[in-house]
Design a binder for this molecule. Sequence first.
Ligand SMILES: Cc1cc2nc3c(=O)[nH]c(=O)nc-3n(C[C@H](O)[C@H](O)[C@H](O)COP(=O)(O)OP(=O)(O)OC[C@H]3O[C@@H](n4cnc5c(N)ncnc54)[C@H](O)[C@@H]3O)c2cc1C
Ligand SMILES: *[C@@H]1O[C@H](CO)[C@@H](O)[C@H](O)[C@H]1NC(C)=O
Ligand SMILES: *[C@@H]1O[C@H](CO)[C@@H](O)[C@H](O)[C@H]1NC(C)=O
Ligand SMILES: *[C@@H]1O[C@H](CO)[C@@H](O)[C@H](O)[C@H]1NC(C)=O
Ligand SMILES: *[C@@H]1O[C@H](CO)[C@@H](O)[C@H](O)[C@H]1NC(C)=O
Length: 508
Amino acid sequence: MAVGIVINRLVLVVAYFAGAAVVSSWLDDVPPEIASKLDSGSNATARFATDYGGVTRAANPAAVFHPSTADDIAALLRFAYCAESPFPVAARGNGHSVRGQALAPGGVAIDMAALGGGRRRINVSSAGMYVDAGGEQLWIDVLEAALRQGLSPQSWTDYLYLTVGGTLSNAGISGQAFRHGPQISNVYELDVVTGKGEMITCSSESDRDLFYGVLGGLGQLGVITRARIALRPAPARVRWLRLFYTDLGDLTRDQEFLISLPETTGFDYVEGQVLLSHQRVGNSTFYSKQDVDSINRLKGELNIIYFLEGALYYDSPSIADQKIEDLLKQLNFVPGFVFSNDVTYLEFLNRVHNEIQKLNSRDDDDSSSTAPLHPWLNLFLPKSGVRDFEAGILQNINLTGLILLYPLNKNRWNDIMTATVPNEEVFYTVGFLWTATVEDWGTFDALNNEILGFCDQHGIEVKQYLPHYTSKLDWARHFGSDKWEKFAQLKRRYDPKALLSPGQQIFN
Ligand SMILES: Cc1cc2nc3c(=O)[nH]c(=O)nc-3n(C[C@H](O)[C@H](O)[C@H](O)COP(=O)(O)OP(=O)(O)OC[C@H]3O[C@@H](n4cnc5c(N)ncnc54)[C@H](O)[C@@H]3O)c2cc1C
Ligand SMILES: *[C@@H]1O[C@H](CO)[C@@H](O)[C@H](O)[C@H]1NC(C)=O
Ligand SMILES: *[C@@H]1O[C@H](CO)[C@@H](O)[C@H](O)[C@H]1NC(C)=O
Ligand SMILES: *[C@@H]1O[C@H](CO)[C@@H](O)[C@H](O)[C@H]1NC(C)=O
Ligand SMILES: *[C@@H]1O[C@H](CO)[C@@H](O)[C@H](O)[C@H]1NC(C)=O
């Protein structure tokens, strides 16, 4: 918790700054109503100098801000905007970025979790079929609140311990997005505090430029303090399947078939994974011991195998059985290699967290070990590039890690939003979710660069998801000239001093 140092016109020598023993110029003039919510102690600021990725270690922020209300955030941003030397401000959701996107070296990191003082800021409207959730809320809490009324958002991330504001600043994707679009396609309204400290409620009808700009806007135009998210009735249970393939063509044909089906006949969730050379299926909550043995026999000496992950939501078991029987008949997995689980809807959506807990409980005597690093690379790969990508990348990777591979439909994305995707009707999400150490993360980083270089050389027009670039030229290329120009215009309008989310390295 905040140490609660009151910094009000005291000359505060911030000797804790990583790399600089400077006298803060602006911390001295903080208005009284927010001064008590700023903490410049090194214990607080040190926690905000890195993130889940662990590979970016910036200087500490000068202070951490613990807002109680959205008005506090507005007061901070008005102060930052008017200060003699304006300082950067970054909202910190759950710090699950992997390249320092939520850091604010030398500026102020907003500890979003402080909003509401620990109260859940989540209101479910069953009449309106929406939920109003604070930007700081974790999706797991939004889900649990909605489920209490028999409702649920329809588009997810694989992992639910991420914030509403953090995922809506990117896109928010998982195996439901082929049908419902990313999370940003499921928002009715936002409360945003801009880089000038204005509080604006925006939607497709009012302040629509800001609304669409903020969705996928990488925190550049404002801080999301509330989002109104679409709900639908929640199913009771889920049939959760994994089907194995030894051929990528078979896998992608089946995945593309499945994402073309309507809700009445198709799966409700479609993803997939790659098992690389030397990789074996290990213990998980999904497989039985016999399953593991038989999958590893199939893997044998094969360089790569794949699995398709599908899920069917249901209330009636007999209807689910029939639907799955009909679907499996049309798919081309290795005969016999279908494994299934039957779980509650909550267990299904919270599967990654459950898996992590199981892994952690197994090595709890190893609590001294340092946190692993995550030099992840996430790409949107146009369908036309999949074959080259397989031959040039997947077949040649000599490192081990979790690789996701699943297709999405472009028509579920709204191109007015800042989020950017490849220019093909079907594109794949490819996630290289490496786990590394301080010693070896550079090897993974080099491979990431090799992957990007390969795509460049072979004219495969990938887009990075959760993008990381450090030059304006690269950002302009990422967005494409029209979208880049529009984004830059919105930036000039809503954050003219380029204070917000400097860790994205776009406009500063
Ligand atoms: C284990 C794990 C699993 C993941 N799985 C998925 C997945 O399945 N699908 C997917 O799409 N993504 C996934 N992600 C990525 C995730 O969407 C991003 O990390 C995202 O940034 C959300 O994390 P966060 O809430 O901690 O935000 P942070 O990392 O804290 O912030 C992200 C960016 O948004 C800004 N920001 C934060 N809050 C706000 C706000 N309220 N208003 C405006 N800007 C804000 C920050 O300044 C920063 O620039 C995963 C990440 C991890 C670590
Ligand atoms: C910082 O943390 C250390 C170790 O937990 C503790 O001993 C120290 O008192 C803390 N300092 C402040 C200012 O809270
Ligand atoms: C929830 O409703 C209460 C009461 O109307 C309101 O004060 C609060 O701001 C709402 N919270 C959100 C996140 O919409
Ligand atoms: C799987 O777990 C069991 C016990 O839970 C353990 O004995 C076995 O070694 C584990 N296997 C692998 C491959 O981790
Ligand atoms: C893979 O990497 C290991 C260790 O870096 C090396 O010994 C081995 O020769 C490599 N294999 C291939 C096929 O490149």
